[in-house]
Design a protein around this ligand. Sequence first.
Ligand code: HXC
Length: 261
Amino acid sequence: MTALSAFSPTALAGRVALVTGGGTGMGAAIAAGYAALGADVAVLSRNVEHLRAVADPIVAAGGRALAVQADVRDPDAVAAAVAATVAEFGRIDVLVNSAAGNFRCAAADLSPNAWRTVVDIDLNGTFFCSQAAAAAMRGGGAILNVTGDFVDTHGDRMAHAAAAKAGIANLTRTLAKEWGPAGIRVNALAPGPFETDGGTQALGRREAFAEIGAALPLGRVGRMDEIVAAAVFLVSDAATFVTGATLTVDGGHSWSGYHLP
Ligand code: HXC
């Protein structure tokens, strides 16, 4: 029994979704979850091997998936990825901005290029993808930005990622205002501790998740199906009056004493 079983297996049937950062971690799980609920999914990543590992099982299970190699920092590549999605599936209804870069580093030690790289992937990439996808959405759509449960507090040795994600939180509301009249909803998902490879890389060791989990009100870190279910809800017909909102899915991490080991 997973959180996804709360949805009808056709909850996203007829939708076309483009998921950035879809080759790994949360993006990959969201892409697979959307496909399992009937969506056609374009998966975007820089890494072709990662793409195949996500797209091939979707196709093998009878779904439709397109692997799109692109770097979200490159507006031309992003525009081409959106065009490829529309060419393959005829439309685009949903964009999930899940591509992110992060590593722990004291602010004083961040090189200019290290700062720029993370802000470029997270904040600029989210903007480029949103602008290109919104221009291709016909009759409305839904954009979901993945931020983090630290956007309202601080990023512990993650000044770059925290500032970029806080920028995305604000962008979420501004775009929701500008694009609401076109029927495009823009929301954010703020995950707390989930055991992903990217998170493990950022924290330096996998055991850190057990330590964080033990201190949470729910006594554990999140399961991937729990973040996917929230990502389904926000782009589905269950959330047609929800826009400019942030859904925090963190087991109470953000309000119970934000702490990373
Ligand atoms: C200090 C670092 C560094 C580190 C890289 N840099 N890692 N500085 N500490 N650990 C510096 C490099 O030295 C370089 O600066 C600059 O950052 C760019 O590095 P590149 O490797 O050239 O960049 P690139 O190949 O574009 O890779 C981007 C990346 C990489 C962010 C550095 O890690 C990546 O692609 N990550 C994608 C996956 C990922 O990070 N996912 C995390 C998502 S999880 P100089 O000055 O030397 O040129 C998440 C939630 C985490 O966001 C929650 C934590 C609790």
